[in-house]
Design a protein around this ligand. Structure first.
Ligand code: PRP
Ligand code: URA
Length: 209
């Protein structure tokens, strides 16, 4: 079973404080979410395979390291959109897939409505992004979809706030998929919201509450 990686760099934690604050206006929320995506990408890339390439400096030729294969970023709609935009700053050649789903407010089960993924998924590192891992239903549904392409061994989950219940649910079905998160929060409330959390990430990002 893969361990959880806690992304506790002060740059990330500072922005997480902005995201959690109920007084943060929508424009600041978007900026902080995007910046968290960029900073998380830095943490996620630490073990990306690199290849040796020859480059000419102004003085002589030398060997340098380059990321071997472009990554695939996958955003779970809607909340991951800003986060993935931030990740793409470090991965300008990334291909980006989208999985559309929302939670039914009564059952808390994900309702899947859209899937558009790059071809050739199983030859690239894949980052599956969703800022909120609450019950875990959405991430599990996304992994169910990715499993059809036999690419799960290349997938890392990137989230900002994870509840212990959600982590347990993902681990129960997909124990080998690594989870990167900026925080593990205490619990879910009766409506499936993370406590203390940050509220509804999609609504706060798009001003739809
Ligand atoms: C939010 C969030 C996750 C999901 C997490 O999406 O972005 O996708 O809830 O909850 P879970 O772990 O219990 O599945 P939401 O359903 O609010 O959809 P939206 O982003 O389109 O508003
Ligand atoms: N989705 C959110 O956006 N926030 C939560 O706290 C739980 C699910």
């Amino acid at each position: 079973m893969h361990k959880i990686t806690l992304c506790d760099h002060p740059f990330i934690q500072h922005r997480l404080a902005i995201l959690r604050d109920r007084h943060t206006p929508v424009n600041q929320f978007r900026i902080a979410l995007k910046e968290c995506g960029t900073l998380m990408a830095y943490e996620l890339a630490k073990d990306h395979p690199t290849e040796s390439v020859t480059v000419e400096t102004p003085l002589e030729s030398t060997q340098a390291q380059r990321i071997e294969k472009p990554v695939v970023l996958i955003a779970i709609l809607r909340a991951a959109l800003g986060m993935v935009e931030g990740m793409a700053e470090f991965y300008p050649d990334a291909r980006i897939g989208h999985l559309g789903m929302y939670r039914d407010p009564k059952t808390l089960q994900p309702v899947f409505y859209y899937s558009k993924l790059p071809v050739d998924l199983n030859h690239h590192p894949i980052i599956l992004a969703d800022p909120m891992l609450a019950t875990g239903g959405s991430i599990v549904a996304a992994l169910d979809e990715l499993q059809k392409f036999q690419c799960l061994d290349a997938v890392k989950i990137a989230t900002l706030i994870a509840a212990s219940e959600g982590i347990a649910r993902v681990r129960e079905k997909y124990p080998d998929v690594p989870i990167y998160t900026a925080a593990v929060d205490r619990q879910l409330n009766e409506k499936g919201y993370i406590l203390p959390g940050l509220g509804d990430a999609g609504d706060r990002q798009y001003g739809t509450a």
